[in-house]
Design a protein around this ligand. Sequence first.
Ligand code: AMP
Ligand code: ZN
Length: 302
Amino acid sequence: MDAQVSFLDQLFNQGILHDSGVDGLYARSGVFEDVISKFEAFALTFGQDEISEAMVFPPGMPMTDFETSGYMKNFPQLAGTVHAFCGNDHDHMGLIQCIAEGKDWTDKQKATDVALTPAACYPLYPILAKRGPLTADGAYVALQSYCFRHEPSRDPARMQMFRQREYVRVGSPEQAMDFRETWKQRGQEMMKILQLPHEVEVANDPFFGRAGRMMGVSQREQELKFELVVPVNSTAKPTACMSFNYHMDNFGKAWNIKQADGSPAHTACVGFGLERIALALFRHHGFDVETWPEGVRKALWG
Ligand code: AMP
Ligand code: ZN
């Protein structure tokens, strides 16, 4: 049994996570959730005065906005959309019969106007766009969302449904870049306090296909994405627990978000993978939170 499987099994055995039978889809224990909520409160003590607004999103977003994001162009392999039965009595009979016969019944559903949110900041941009041009201060939003990515895995740090806490900066190129540099420093400061070994490195998103590989190379060359990685599994390479992204004016253009002078807004976001950070804490400090190092306990529980 490799160490990756054993860490997942240990989490199940310790009752930290509960198996559902589907890889990457787990029930969280009270202890696990407590660590996440304490981490979120800890994270919010950084840059508190800079935040102009807070939002929490449901795990689904409007299909039209999902389309605008270009997700199906870049990451079709990870996307999920919501389908529902929309038929009449006759169709229902067919559906039930299909299920009873053990046949595939899912084609009897139709796509709804909801897509599963793939990245926590996507639902924010259309909301900002609707408000009209930004003021000179731009926007600085703290948000949280469940996200879905179709990447089933036995690596407990690669879930299909997980939460991201993000800070998003929208405004001028300088505002977006300054924000990202500040958060790269803060992210490392946070990990030092939590006594987690970490490194920040240039990264790229998993763009689909051959053309996608080129996009990944270009993203790296332009240093648009950085990740803070922590060893979570002893065999696998360190896991990205935070990301620091600069999207230039791509989202400003896609959603028509304007700066005060009418030009497309630039955006940057820092994302904390909440489950991954909790897993890193359990991995490095043990399954019993009572025995975690005093400094870590103080940062999280006060
Ligand atoms: P990304 O949008 O890929 O940069 O993801 C933002 C953050 O979400 C990452 O830094 C991770 O901490 C977390 N994350 C990404 N994918 C997963 C996943 N499959 N399971 C758990 N956390 C994830
Ligand atoms: Zn984001």
